[in-house]
Design a binder for this molecule. Sequence first.
Ligand SMILES: Cc1cc2nc3c(=O)[nH]c(=O)nc-3n(C[C@H](O)[C@H](O)[C@H](O)COP(=O)(O)OP(=O)(O)OC[C@H]3O[C@@H](n4cnc5c(N)ncnc54)[C@H](O)[C@@H]3O)c2cc1C
Length: 383
Amino acid sequence: MERLDFAVIGAGPAGLFCAIHAAGQGHRILVLEKMETPARKLLLAGSGQCNITHEGGVENFPAHYGEAGTFLKPALLAFSNHDLIRFFHERGLDMEVREDGKVFPATRKSSDVLSLLISACEKQGVALSFGEPVTGIEKEQGGFRITTARNRYHASCLVIATGGASYPVTGSTGDGYRFAAGMGHTVTEIAPALAPLLIQEFPFSDLAGMSFPRMHFSVWRNRKKLFHHTGDVLFTHTGLSGPGILDCSRNIRSGDIVRLSFTNGECHEGFRRLFLEQSAAQGTHRVTSVISDYHIPERLVKRILELASIPLEITCAHLSRQHRRALVSSLTGYPLTVDALGDFSVAMVTRGGITRDEVNPKTMESRIVKNLYFAGEVLDRRV
Ligand SMILES: Cc1cc2nc3c(=O)[nH]c(=O)nc-3n(C[C@H](O)[C@H](O)[C@H](O)COP(=O)(O)OP(=O)(O)OC[C@H]3O[C@@H](n4cnc5c(N)ncnc54)[C@H](O)[C@@H]3O)c2cc1C
């Protein structure tokens, strides 16, 4: 049986980062990864561009984690967003801050983030084993016995960094919850979070892939407006996704109405007036060409006209009042009914997990089992 100082289960960003920082001082560290290649979820992050952190003072971060903020504060202060940016910069990967404050690698490639983490592991002497799923862990004299599909190890310290249960194709299938529960930990109910919306009879499925930066949209329940939001929205085959939608998804339920504004935030009344003036001044022009002045993609304009039963060739002078009303309403607040939120197969993260009360927030060590640690999404960061 191979003897280790540290074993880390999971070569996602949390496991790799943890191994890099635990390395040195002659420690024998092994990261065990179930998949043939590491950090598959990291490669998908930020649509392959990897939104790594956010700009601003780290002291403001805990507030964004709701109830979990107090738990996460010591970790966030001990290694801040600025420390993270410096970590990458010192190893040759610069970060850039986007207009909205999100921080990405300058190369906009999550694969560069991963390459750097792997190379830092190798430089620090961390051993990595891919395609080696951990099947069981047990407490034994002086540490832990770890059983994998092809080996057995004894480790003095063990880190569970197996991620959540969303996007299981990446390898994150919730194994860590089972391991932790076996060690006596409580696992709170888990649910998909940051999930796309499935829309009833979605009329724009063939426009899947079309994206709308900083789109304005509102969410309605029982005819009452719940909230308004501005963010990037993406059409999928089955509904809506993109950071703007994902950020709000925890506040959206089946049956809610999402109203999309394609007019760059221009409200119904403002757009109605503008459109009326333009239609009067350009009576012989086609409605489609007048609307394209608002930078709405032509295919979408055509689809909206079709849905409102307005002929595509119609000129402004021939647009009836009823059709104009329908068109203005569609462009400033197209209503889409939410069928359901996407399940674990498409949700970006998992809500719930290993309960925080049983973990020391200063070290992430279990309060139940000495030398057992947790890192990353496996922990309950419920907001
Ligand atoms: C489409 C998408 C886009 C995202 N975009 C962003 C973004 O831009 N910014 C951001 O901050 N977050 C983003 N996220 C979320 C982010 O990717 C995760 O929160 C992050 O990867 C969690 O890191 P982790 O190391 O805790 O877990 P994971 O990345 O899930 O890694 C866990 C690893 O453990 C391995 N493992 C599991 N069980 C075992 C076992 N039994 N034995 C051995 N290995 C095991 C898994 O194979 C996996 O490699 C996105 C997620 C998705 C799905």
